[in-house]
Design a protein around this ligand. Structure first.
Ligand code: ZN
Length: 317
């Protein structure tokens, strides 16, 4: 009888006698319990961890991962995890709160560790989905821009950090994590090359758009297009008919028709802008994946969607 066979027989006997399962009987590779803080990071952990990881993602798709309040279920999920992978750079403002509530004793790994961020303008106000705006860090000093997933090149290091965190916490599956990580890195390189090619199809003097999405700075910098902050279309207030003249004047002054306004909700206002010559872009997924049925259910789809929307609108400049 093999060692494993003996163990199975013993485990059966133990079960028959109604005894608690000894530790060695459970050792045959239950996936490691890992928690990721939000949807985009969760997609990377899923790609690297595969079936070796029992993954829970805290902030669901299309929710604001900057400001979020954990419920009792999420606190319980974290309390039972071996590894908590977070984004860092001040992105998740609720981290301390959930770690305290869960009395988390496992390992915390930061996916952005060692990645050089771009800096946001001093006191730059940033919000999502028309919720309350907040300044990152709130101070007058310049803060790192946490939205670096919009640069696939920086995500190479992000992927390596996730591989290392999983391999360290679960060494027996390290080879699997490294192999999966290598595949993710190859996908990132292909994605970056594709996106460069797409934006290169837009003539250089047309690579401009007006936006209230300040989370695409890394994408614009990587592929060489200019994002101009919208006037008269704030971060919180919905864009109203009264704002239309200011926005249209800006499209003329900045020589771009492309508009990506996150608080533009009213189709009648969108029509006024289009009648005035603007090209109104669709809703964008900047900080989150979409729901599974939406256009950005995973990282690659999210990036392809954003690049395609920018390219399509800028080609009309
Ligand atoms: Zn954000």
């Amino acid at each position: 009888m093999t060692r494993l066979g003996r163990r199975s027989a013993l485990a059966g006997l133990v079960a028959m006698l109604g005894l608690a399962t000894p530790a060695w009987a459970a050792e045959t590779a239950a996936p490691m319990k890992v928690v990721a803080s939000f949807s985009i990071l969760g997609d990377f952990v899923k790609m690297v961890g595969g079936d070796k990881v029992d993954l829970a993602i805290l902030v669901p798709p299309e929710a604001d991962a900057h400001e979020w309040t954990p419920g009792p279920d999420e606190v319980k999920t974290l309390a039972g995890a071996r590894l908590f992978i977070v984004h860092g750079l001040g992105f998740e403002e609720w981290l301390k709160d959930i770690r305290r509530k869960a009395k988390f004793k496992g390992t915390v790994a930061t996916a952005t560790r060692g990645i050089k961020p771009m800096m946001m303008a001093a006191g730059q106000v940033h919000s999502h989905g028309g919720g309350p705006a907040h300044a990152h860090g709130g101070g007058a000093k310049r803060e790192p821009d946490p939205h670096l997933w919009n640069d696939p090149q920086r995500m190479q290091t992000y992927t390596a950090n996730i591989v290392e965190a999983l391999a360290k916490a679960d060494p027996k599956n390290a080879a699997t994590y490294r192999a999966n990580g290598a595949a993710v890195k190859a996908k990132l390189a292909a994605l970056e090359a594709w996106a460069k090619g797409e934006i290169a199809m837009v003539p250089a003097d047309k690579r401009r758009a007006i936006t209230t999405h300040d989370d695409f700075g890394y994408m614009a910098a990587r592929y060489g297009f200019k994002l101009i902050e919208a006037q008269g279309a704030g971060n919180d207030a919905e864009v109203k008919a009264a704002d239309v003249p200011t926005i249209l004047a800006q499209t003329r002054n900045e020589k771009t028709k492309a508009l990506f306004l996150k608080t533009l909700k009213d189709p009648a206002v969108a029509k006024m802008l289009e009648d005035g010559g603007a090209v109104v872009g669709p809703p964008m997924y900047a900080d989150t994946l979409s729901q599974p049925t939406g256009p950005a259910p995973n990282y690659e789809a999210m990036q392809r969607y954003a690049v395609t929307q920018f390219k399509t609108a800028m080609l009309k400049n």
